[in-house]
Design a protein around this ligand. Structure first.
Ligand code: NAD
Length: 260
């Protein structure tokens, strides 16, 4: 269904991004990976995905806090993939602290990586998508784009901002055969979530096991973590012709969390 499409997935050296990039390559897309991490491990993951799927899999290590590096990465994707049909804005970080103690540098980094990076990718990718007459933009938002939780002021603000960006751009390109949607996952057991468990435990005066059971999965009526391949499957669907009428949508995949 998406054979030969060319995709860029930010923050795809780990977790959800890697799951989405894997699903896209398995569905027939050529993919550019992006993210931080150990160079040898990234190269091994890139080569493994390319070998397993038979698709072109590239890597660009642009830092999502740097607008110039982001623009250069989008140009690199268009150049080396031969075009850009699918953009998945996924890179993200988290920090958990009461708002009055929230480190200013963490606030700035979360807004830059979780929100502004999507703006920079979109603004640089859209001219090529418009010229090609096709584009699929998928923003990995969060249940926290729809509802809040305490101690996550920067993350919730960035994700609500990403929801606004998704809807606004969807309206701007609605007649250009370009769709812009957001997937809003509940909790997925990735390094990002594992990393916030100790801080949440500290902020709430709980054990780490209590945080998993009573904070994380307490929000999710299914009592199951969402899986990265499930998010990948939805991203693939959004890139297919069957999804061409879905745009400006916030799509929860959260085990019922935001139904409450
Ligand atoms: P993760 O920590 O496993 O992956 C984050 C990715 O972003 C990594 O590839 C990392 O290298 C990359 N990244 C971080 N800072 C970067 C930077 N400055 N430049 C380039 N890349 C950078 O986290 P994850 O859980 O897979 O999160 C991916 C996205 O999904 C995030 O936007 C997150 O907010 C969102 N999300 C996660 C969950 C969850 O429960 N894990 C739930 C909802 C939404």
């Amino acid at each position: 269904m998406i054979d030969g499409k060319r995709a860029l997935v930010t923050g795809s050296t780990s977790g959800i991004g890697l799951g989405v990039a894997t699903a896209l390559a398995e569905a027939g897309a050529d993919v550019m990976l992006n993210g931080l991490g150990d160079a040898a491990e990234i190269e091994a993951a890139r080569a493994h995905l390319a070998e397993r799927t038979g698709r072109t899999v590239l890597f660009n290590g642009a830092d999502m806090t740097d607008p110039e590096q982001i623009a250069a990465m989008v140009a690199d994707a268009q150049d080396r993939l031969g075009g850009l049909d699918i953009l998945v804005n996924n890179a993200g970080i988290q920090h958990v602290a009461p708002v009055e103690e929230f480190p200013v540098a963490k606030w700035d980094a979360i807004i830059a990586i979780n929100l502004s990076a999507a703006f920079h990718c979109i603004r640089t990718a859209l001219p090529v998508m418009k010229q090609a007459g096709f584009g699929r933009i998928v923003n990995i938002a969060s249940a926290h784009a729809l509802v809040a939780s305490p101690y996550k002021s920067a993350y919730v603000a960035a994700k609500h901002g990403l929801a606004g960006l998704t809807k606004t751009v969807a309206l701007e390109v609605a007649e250009d055969n370009i769709t812009v949607n957001a997937i809003c996952p509940g909790y997925v057991l990735t390094p990002l979530v594992e990393g916030q468990i100790p801080d949440t435990a500290k902020a709430r005066n709980m054990t780490e096991e209590q945080v998993k059971r009573d904070v994380l999965l307490a929000a999710q009526p299914s009592k199951e973590f969402v899986k990265t391949d499930q998010i990948g499957a939805l991203a693939v669907f959004l890139a297919t012709p069957a999804a061409s009428a879905i745009t400006g949508a916030m799509l929860p995949m959260d085990g019922g969390w935001t139904a409450k």
